[in-house]
Design a protein around this ligand. Structure first.
Ligand SMILES: Nc1ncnc2c1ncn2[C@@H]1O[C@H](COP(=O)(O)OP(=O)(O)OP(=O)(O)O)[C@@H](O)[C@H]1O
Length: 227
């Protein structure tokens, strides 16, 4: 297994956060993490990305333990819901800063600019870009270090129809490249068509883990999500 999560826990004021959670993931899975607001999705993503440390439990990604945060940052690309880019620097400068952080050669910056159709925007400041373009830079940034696992927190939130379609294409390309992907989602259609596996979090607990087909026939779906 590529990812082993054992009793991973993060609790804010005893109740909220993520209750002890365990699962394992094979390389190349595309997992949708579903749940109402406050269910614990971002908490799980941030722990897997090494952004916050668990109170308890353990996880390994390609054999690297989460507490080894510098190594995790290079293994796991995290695309937060709100792009964490420097608005007042150019696209290229942002990518160079992160390449430096990830200890990646600057030649990767040109590759990412090309792969993400960003060459003509390289000298534009982030603050002048549309939401869709910012999203593209944000995703390109996470791929600089060529991580084997990618985590997307609500990647389609606030995107219009065209930008959403483009994001699906990007996700598919990244998945076809053999990467393991987690994405949090509220949208049944993307869960159905993109995901190979669904995890449902509810009040901080993992209450469903299975295929999209089983999910849409499950009591969890009927009770919590079907209209
Ligand atoms: N830093 C924090 N301090 C205190 N409570 C927090 C903190 N971060 C998250 N929480 C709480 O933990 C619970 C889970 O939050 P989390 O952000 O993981 O939910 P989520 O499923 O991602 O929700 P959303 O869909 O709204 O992003 C929520 O009740 C939230 O208020």
């Amino acid at each position: 297994m590529q990812i082993e999560v054992e009793e991973l826990t993060k609790l804010y004021d005893l109740k909220r956060g993520l209750q002890p959670t365990s699962f394992s993931v094979k390389k190349g899975e595309l997992i949708a993490v579903v749940g109402h607001n406050g269910a614990g999705k971002s908490t799980l993503m941030k722990m897997l990305a090494g952004w916050i440390l668990p109170d308890n439990g353990q996880a390994t990604i390609d054999g690297i333990v989460l507490r080894n945060r510098m190594a995790v940052v290079e293994k796991v690309g995290f695309v937060p819901e709100i792009p964490n880019l420097f608005d007042f620097f150019t696209v290229e400068y942002n990518l160079k800063l992160f390449a430096y952080l990830f200890r990646t050669p600057f030649s990767r910056v040109d590759e990412v600019l090309r792969e993400f159709n960003l060459l003509s925007f390289r000298n534009n400041k982030i603050q002048t870009l549309s939401k869709g373009l910012k999203q593209r830079v944000n995703i390109g940034r996470t791929l600089l270090a060529n991580p084997s696992v990618l985590l997307f927190d609500e990647p389609t939130s606030g995107l219009d129809f065209e930008m959403t379609k483009e994001l699906y294409r990007l996700l598919k390309n990244i998945h076809d490249d053999g990467k393991t992907i987690f994405f949090t989602s509220h949208r049944p259609e993307e869960i159905k068509t993109l995901a190979t596996r669904i995890m449902v979090l509810h009040d901080g607990s993992l209450i469903f883990d299975g295929s999209p087909k089983d999910y849409f026939q499950s009591e969890v779906y009927v009770n919590l999500y079907a209209l």
